[in-house]
Every structure is written in structure tokens, then in C-alpha cells.
Design a protein around this ligand. Structure first.
Ligand SMILES: O=C(O)[C@H]1O[C@H](OP(=O)(O)OP(=O)(O)OC[C@H]2O[C@@H](n3ccc(=O)[nH]c3=O)[C@H](O)[C@@H]2O)[C@H](O)[C@@H](O)[C@H]1O
Length: 433
């Protein structure tokens, strides 16, 4: 007696014994019925196949809709073109990735102010308070007429469309997964943005005609565990202390290959702990401010033998000058149709402040500006990717485009605190972050 399972799902055709107990007429009928039912089954099979193909297509479509949800259409193209419009002689049209980010917003504003065309792209991810990113976008749109496309740099179709609509002369690539310590929590987000996203962007740049010159944000963290200070561009960068640093270092190698093979002009900027108004809430100066105002304790890491950690904190306006100087001196990409026609510039520069300050001193400056005492907890630096100190040698960037930082930490933090209080109000930012 066959089991129910065998009847329903015969394991071999031989087990399907429908004719066995019938006479020849029945057999004829059955043959006929069998062929009809076979056809019927085939038809069913084809319908099922078509249905699954259609549902697969709609799945694929909805996948690309995920990327393209908020772009496309005549109106959208008009906005992109208007935003890319150049308003000065010999100006540039710049695609700024990460335009709703801290540095991206400031660079976009500065470019726009001097008459360059700017189109932003940002995925508005939730690594930190999305409303802050949206406020930056509003600032760009309302006071500067800069349009920020909502989209991901991993979306090759979107990038191709943007290059189709505008012949960008430059790309300022600032979109990234930032943060040194968060890399232990969410390593793949670093690979997604800093590696995969970078490659997708470079593919679009290499295929664009004309090819843009690319300036992008590397990081001081590539110096990793180096001990000789100040850090110079020619120093070794093969001892990263965090995955964040490793992805930035990888970015430097990846961009080199695109320069070598396709003739893309590349400039990598190693930013040193950038701070200022409209900054990133995940960074120490920002979160310390919030906690101090809310009466919450702050944790101050200390290095080996209780040595204070130090950073070459660099004010945003100085970084913006460095970005614009890099764009202005980037030279041209030489490729077209995806082929290199000659050598193109490949450059790397430190953009730091050249005067490191310890974290406890940073806190004391904040206390002074906020007029509130911090509740400090000193703890040993956990092995979470931090490095004990950073210090930039800026000889190269000074020589190449006159980079000269002019804002010390006292002055820069005063401006930051003023902005913080005006943005979050005097309720100490409660509930806003
Ligand atoms: O130059 C860069 O390339 C990087 O700069 C920035 O990284 P960092 O220099 O690590 O800045 P940030 O987090 O503000 O910590 C500052 C100091 O405060 C200490 N720190 C931090 C947090 C805390 O709770 N306590 C503490 O003592 C901490 O140990 C450190 O000594 C960017 O975030 C990063 O995206 C990248 O751009």
C-alpha cells in the first residue's frame, strides 16, 4: 500500500500506475485523457513559469525602485540641470557625494557661493540623526539653490543618469561610512560605502564623457599605529588600527588603479578630525557638548600609562579651503570612452591643523564656552580602533595650493558652541539627538 506521500509525490514515473486496472477502451480514453491532461499540465507549467518570471521582474523592478525611488523624470532633470549651472567664468560643475553630510554641506555651500555649479547626492542613512541631514539639505536648497538628490552611490543607474544629464567637470566624493569605533559594530556598512560605493562611483566617472577630475576624502586614520610625528604623506600606511582606516587605505589603492588604467585625475585628502558648526553628532566634541549640557557624564579615553590622547582637530572652514584648493588644482582626467589617453595626476594631501590638542584640553575649552562643568570619567582606551595621537605635516598641501589653517581649537569650538545653542536651543538639545 503506497503511502499518501508516495501517491501525491511519486518518486519515479513508474510509480504513477493509473492504467493498471482498466480495460482497453478505458485505456484509449485514459490515453486521450492522459494526453489532454499532459497538455493541461504543460499549460499550467507554462502559466506558472510566466507568473514566476513576471513576479521576478517585479521584484527586480521594486529593487531598482528602492534605489531610484526619489529620482528621475523631467522635473527632476530640470532641477539637476539648474543646480549644476555655472555662474562664473571658468567655473566648474561639481557632483558632491555625501552633500547632506557635515563636510559635504560646507563644501557645497562654498562652491555655490563662488559661482560653481553643484549637484549633491546623499543616501540620508540613519547612522546619525537624519533630521540634521535634512536640515543641512534645506540649508543648501533654501539659501544656496543646491539640489541634493536622494540616492546611494552604489546605485550605478542613478550615477549614469546624473552624468547623462550633466557633464560634471569634477566630483567631490565625501560620501562614506564615517566613525572609527562604529566599525566594530557594523563592519559591513564600511565595505558597502567606502569600498563598494567608491568602486561604483569610479566606474561611473571612468565611463563618463568627459571624465571628471575626482577629489575624495581619505582620512588621517590611515597613519594607524605610526609613531613618528608629524605624519607625512610619504610615511607608511600599512598598519591601520580600525576597519574604517583599512577601508580608507583601500580607497587610496583603488583610486590609484583607476588613475593608472583609465586616466582619472585623483586627489585623496587625509582629513584630520574635522569639527565645527553643522558637525557630526557621533564625534567626541559634539557628543561631549550634548552630555555636558544635559548634565550627563562623559567618558574620556586615556592611552597607555595614562597618557592623554591627542588629535590634530581641524576646523571645517580650513578643510573647505583645502577642498576647494584641491579642486582648483586637480588638473584633468585624460581618458575617454573608458580608455586612458595619457597620464593623469594622482595626488594625496594631509589636511590637518598642525597643532594637536589633548582630549582633556578639548573638554576644558568646551566647559569654558558652555559655562558648565563636565562630569568626567577617565577610562583606559579600549582596543576599539582608536589611535593615541594624530599630527599633520601640511608642507605638501601648502606648496601645492597654499593650504594654511587659520582657526585654532579655542576659536573653532566657540563657533561650534554658538551654532549648537542656536540649532538645538537652550533646552540643552533634549530629545533632538
Ligand atoms: O581624522 C580622521 O580621519 C577621523 O577623525 C574622527 O575620528 P576621531 O579622531 O576618532 O574623532 P572622535 O571620534 O571625535 O574622537 C576624538 C578623540 O576623542 C576620544 N574620545 C572619543 C569618544 C569618547 O567617548 N571619548 C573619548 O575620549 C577619542 O579617543 C579621540 O582621541 C572621525 O570621527 C573619523 O570619521 C575620521 O574622519
Amino acid at each position: 500500500m503506497p503511502s499518501l506521500e508516495e501517491e501525491l509525490f511519486p518518486s519515479t514515473p513508474g510509480k504513477f500506475k493509473i492504467e493498471r486496472s482498466h480495460n482497453s477502451m478505458n485505456r484509449q480514453f485514459h490515453r486521450c485523457f492522459a494526453s489532454t491532461s499532459t497538455m493541461f499540465l504543460w499549460a499550467l507549467f507554462l502559466i506558472a513559469l510566466t507568473a514566476s518570471y513576471l513576479s521576478f521582474q517585479s521584484f527586480v523592478d521594486s529593487g531598482s525602485r528602492y534605489f531610484s525611488a526619489s529620482w528621475g523624470g523631467i522635473q527632476w532633470e530640470k532641477q539637476v540641470r539648474a543646480s549644476a549651472q555655472i555662474h562664473r567664468n571658468n567655473g566648474m560643475s561639481v557632483l558632491v557625494t555625501g552633500a547632506a553630510g557635515f563636510v559635504g554641506t560646507h563644501v557645497s555651500m562654498a562652491l555655490r557661493k563662488r559661482g560653481d555649479g553643484v549637484v549633491g547626492i546623499d543616501n540620508f542613512n540613519s547612522y546619525y540623526d537624519v533630521s540634521l541631514k535634512k536640515a543641512r539639505r534645506s540649508l543648501l536648497a533654501a539659501s544656496h539653490g543646491v539640489f541634493v538628490v536622494e540616492g546611494d552611490i552604489n546605485d550605478a543607474k542613478l550615477l549614469a543618469k546624473l552624468f547623462d544629464v550633466v557633464a560634471f567637470t569634477h566630483v567631490m566624493h565625501l560620501a562614506a561610512q564615517a566613525g572609527v569605533r562604529y566599525a566594530m559594530e557594523n563592519p559591513h556598512s564600511y565595505v558597502h560605502s567606502n569600498i563598494a560605493g567608491l568602486v561604483t562611483l569610479l566606474e561611473a566617472c571612468k565611463s563618463a564623457n568627459p571624465q571628471p577630475a575626482v577629489v575624495w576624502a581619505s582620512s588621517s586614520s590611515v597613519y594607524g599605529l605610526n609613531v613618528d610625528v608629524p605624519f607625512s604623506e610619504s610615511d607608511r600606511t600599512d598598519q591601520p588600527a580600525s576597519l574604517y582606516a583599512a577601508t580608507k587605505k583601500a580607497g587610496e589603492e583603488i583610486t590609484h588603479t583607476y588613475n593608472h588604467i583609465y586616466g582619472l585625475s585623483i586627489t585623496g585628502l587625509r582629513f584630520f578630525t574635522v569639527y565645527g558648526p553643522w558637525g557630526r553628532p557621533d564625534m567626541a566634541y559634539f557628543s561631549f557638548t550634548r552630555n555636558i549640557l544635559q548634565g550627563k557624564p562623559i567618558t574620556i579615553y586615556r592611552g597607555k600609562n595614562r597618557v592623554d590622547l591627542a588629535r590634530d582637530f581641524t576646523y571645517i572652514d580650513d578643510i573647505v579651503k583645502g577642498c576647494l584648493g584641491s579642486l582648483d588644482t586637480s588638473g584633468h582626467s585624460t581618458g575617454s570612452g573608458g580608455k586612458k589617453r595619457g597620464p593623469a595626476p594622482y595626488r594625496i594631501f594631509n589636511l590637518g591643523n598642525t597643532s594637536p590638542v589633548t582630549v582633556p584640553v578639548l573638554v576644558s575649552i568646551l566647559e569654558k564656552h558652555l559655562k558648565v562643568k563636565a562630569k568626567k570619567n577617565f577610562v583606559d582606551m579600549p582596543g576599539n580602533g582608536d589611535v593615541p595621537f594624530t599630527h599633520a605635516n601640511i608642507t605638501l598641501s601648502r606648496r601645492e595650493f597654499g593650504y594654511k589653517p587659520t582657526t585654532d581649537l579655542q576659536t573653532g569650538l566657540k563657533k561650534f558652541v554658538k551654532w549648537y545653542l542656536s540649532y538645538y536651543g537652550y533646552n540643552h538639545g533634549k530629545g533632538k539627538l
